[in-house]
Design a protein around this ligand. Structure first.
Ligand code: CP
Ligand code: NVA
Length: 312
């Protein structure tokens, strides 16, 4: 079997993603109520080590991957790129070659998606995308888990995205095209997602569309999702904030969605910008379960990378 990298959802394919989600739900149920640091009964990654490289800040991705490895019986090494030779010019390719001699898998959070691709190209061990400016596939695995948990279904659900056409949205669009849910994007002109991402999804048979009117975009939605208007590495531009203001998720917006619509946000939230307290702290919010599900999703992503889930 060739090395399995988890760079984007489409690389794994719909069947593999479905297998990972199923495994994540089973593992989550099997350890319900256990102390968080106690390994799963089978400890399938005993003896394996994951190295994590962070070129950008992180709370959830860092801690959930670390705890995921511990629960699977393995170990981690966490590095900030600024303290590595990578931070002072050692090439991504050489970093990949060297780390492959020490560890069993590598996760990286970086700006330029090409760096993750280059790392995977030169690594002999699985490489996982922990967020780039282009995509955030691990996050959307957790989002899908949350929707399945809450709605008992994923295929056929309708998701509405309000806000910036960013990395998180790209992975949602990709996921919708692979696991058959509908994505309606409410965003202002000038802040659309990548046309390349939309076109690839459409070629796979996606039902995805951009709707400029935020109320129309969320009409009847089962899931309403948003994210920060200013992603890491972007300048705080007043013009962008002004353009996105009509897309703030408010109780009025939630009232236009389906009656029992679920609100999701990958976090960190900028309360009072993309979402108001009444929604994120309200009864329809699933954001804390979504954050917890990062841990459960991460475990299945790791097991898939190690060939322990899905066809070989
Ligand atoms: N959602 C997410 O990726 O959070 P962190 O930036 O804290 O890792
Ligand atoms: N779009 C956000 C996601 C943070 C988890 C960013 O890239 O900063």
């Amino acid at each position: 079997m060739s090395v399995r990298h988890f760079l984007d959802l489409a690389d794994a394919g719909g069947d593999a993603l479905a297998a990972m989600l199923g495994d994540a739900l089973d593992r989550k149920a099997a350890r319900a109520g256990w102390p968080k640091g106690k390994p799963d009964a089978d400890a399938p990654l005993a003896g394996r080590t994951l190295a994590m490289i962070f070129e950008k800040n992180s709370t959830r991705t860092r801690v959930s991957f670390d705890m995921a490895m511990r629960q699977l019986g393995g170990n981690t090494i966490v590095m900030d790129a600024g303290s590595m030779q990578l931070g002072r010019g050692e090439s991504v390719a050489d970093t990949a070659r060297v780390l492959s001699r020490y560890v069993d898998a590598i996760m990286i959070r970086t700006d330029d998606h090409a760096k993750v691709v280059a790392l995977a190209e030169h690594a002999d061990v699985p490489v996982i995308n922990g967020l780039t400016d282009h995509s955030h596939p691990c996050q959307i695995m957790a989002d899908m888990l949350t929707v399945i948990d809450r709605k008992a279904a994923l295929a056929g659900t309708r998701w509405a995205w309000l806000g910036d056409g960013n990395n998180v949205l790209h992975s949602i669009v990709e996921a919708g095209s692979l696991l058959h849910f509908d994505v309606r994007i409410g965003c202002p002109a000038g802040y659309d997602p990548s046309m390349e991402v939309l076109e690839s999804a459409l070629k796979r048979g996606a039902t995805v569309q951009i709707i400029r009117d935020p109320l129309k975009a969320v009409a009847g939605a089962d899931v309403v999702v948003t994210d920060t208007w200013i992603s890491m590495g972007q300048d705080h531009a007043e013009q962008k904030i002004a353009a996105l203001s009509p897309y703030q998720v408010t109780p009025e917006i939630m009232a236009a969605a389906a009656k029992d619509a679920l609100f999701l946000h990958c976090l960190p939230a900028h309360r009072g910008e993309e979402v108001v307290d009444a929604v994120i702290d309200g009864p329809q919010s699933g954001v804390w379960d979504e954050a917890e599900n990062r841990l459960h999703a991460q475990k299945s992503i790791l097991l898939w990378c190690f060939g322990m889930i899905g066809e070989g």
